[in-house]
Write a protein that binds this ligand. Sequence first.
Ligand code: 5GP
Length: 192
Amino acid sequence: MKLLEERISKDGVVKKGNVLKVDSFLNHQLDIKLYNEMGKEFKRLFADKNITKILTIEASGIGIAAITAQYFDVPVVFAKKSQSINLDGSTYNTKIQSFTHNRVYDVIVSKKYLSSDDHVLIIDDFLANGCAVNGLIEIIESSGASIEGIGIAIEKGFQDGGKSLRERGYQVESLAIVESMNDETGEIIFRH
Ligand code: 5GP
């Protein structure tokens, strides 16, 4: 998506450790016009799918998922990072290794909001090694719902997450794929 690539080139900051900072429009301050265009594009890319729910993970996925959901006219459920796993059986649970915070989170979704009747579109801001998306897939599989696709704002194509998800047969649509980035020069190259 040209608009997103242009914005990343203009305002993205390449940090050490393969981290791309996009705080000025995606992760801290949110450019809602841009979000709106991203939502529209996800709708176009998954137009043939019968989607009943969008699943994302807090915090950065929520804004993108919420705006995208308006185009699909479905609810958004976000997986919560929890201090303690609920042992009463009322939640689906998994563990997710955070790329940016270098720690493992317990993540939960209430069984009330995801069932075997659902057809789910996963949405997230970044795809790197795939830990976040794989955790969401595990949760969906526990619920018996079907996975219709995975929509990502920014995929870092030089990390393995996207490749392995596509090899497993998932439809992964990333609005911008970073082929390489250099923390010394600040240069960002996109894959087309
Ligand atoms: P993964 O789980 O695929 O390794 O990483 C994806 C998650 O880590 C996303 O939910 C995102 O919040 C965070 N993340 C991974 N790489 C980056 C990055 O380069 N920049 C930012 N801002 N977040 C990232």
